[in-house]
Ligand binder design. Structure first.
Ligand code: KIV
Length: 287
């Protein structure tokens, strides 16, 4: 019935991961590990494994909801699930991703950022920063909310002519990326996330800004790395990008278990006697 939460109960870590700690790790040359999480049990397992940071990503739209693009991620659903993630991982550095619908205008974006912080206990919010977003970064940061600017490949821009492919692969576009990174940081971004760019481009950004830089397919120079958990576990429906290490093929294992469940029912092997509640012994005789 799934009523026993013992197995996935959040395990106490020795430290609460804060922005200060991630900055100290950067200064000491220590790398940090970040993953996506959209639910309580995954968050609890990640925290117990020592994952430093979790992101409730708008990738939920494709990974969990089966949409074509991340633009379909609903903010209210993400907020509810963010609360579940925080319950599962109270000690990690937790980032709420601002879905497309939440950054349609700056007032709405500020409200969404506040709700991630106040209702879900997020330590930071992240959004795909466009060249005209510096003022928004400034507004969110001046509200006391840690802001992460997502640059490089921006999945919400899937409809643009640039398309859904690796970015900053020539000198001119590396320079443009560095300029955008600098201006996001001067506007108040406390961290950057760089997706699908060469290591050389990531290094140029790291050399240009003092804040921690998280890579998602952005090479080893980055201070921390983030992946979509389902991609890494082999649980995703789509083929993952080339930078994802496949540490497991859990999709195949799950499919086998489900098939076994079906055949056990079809053959009558389930339910077996040990799965059946016995009647209570009757003590009093009826008249
Ligand atoms: O939504 C997401 O999962 C992301 C990636 C960078 C991991 O933004």
């Amino acid at each position: 019935m799934g009523t026993d939460n013992q197995m996935h109960a959040p395990q106490a870590t020795t430290r609460r991961i804060t922005l200060d700690l991630l900055c100290q790790m950067k200064s000491a040359g220590e790398k940090f590990a970040m993953l996506t999480a959209y639910d309580y049990p995954t968050a609890a397992l990640a925290q117990a494994a020592g994952v430093h940071a979790l992101l409730i990503g708008d990738s939920l739209a494709t990974v969990i909801l089966g949409h074509e693009s991340t633009r379909e991620a609903p903010f209210e659903l993400m907020l509810t699930l963010a609360e579940a993630v925080r319950r599962g991982a109270p000690d990690v550095f937790f980032v709420g991703d601002m879905p497309y619908e939440s950054i349609i205008d700056d007032d709405r974006a500020l409200l969404a950022a506040r709700r991630y912080r106040d209702e879900a206990g997020c330590d930071a919010v992240k959004f795909e920063a466009q060249p005209d977003h510096d003022e928004l970064i400034e507004r969110i940061a001046s509200a006391g909310i840690t802001t992460i600017a997502h640059l490089g490949l921006q999945p919400q821009q899937v409809l643009s002519p640039e398309g859904y492919r690796a970015q900053a692969r020539d000198a001119g576009s590396v320079e443009a990326l560095v300029t955008r990174a600098r201006s996001a940081v001067s506007s108040g971004a406390a961290m950057l996330l760089l997706e699908a760019i060469p290591n050389e481009a990531a290094q140029a950004v790291i050399d240009a800004v003092p804040v921690p830089v998280i890579g998602c397919g952005a090479g080893p120079a980055c201070d921390g790395h983030v992946l979509v958990t389902q991609d890494m576990l082999g649980l995703g429906a789509a083929r993952p990008p080339k930078f994802v290490p496949r540490h497991a093929e859990l999709g195949r294992a799950v499919a086998e278990v489900l098939r076994r469940y079906v055949t056990d029912i079809e053959s009558g092997r389930y339910p077996a006697p040990e799965h059946v509640y016995p009647m209570r012994a009757t003590t009093a005789k009826r008249d």
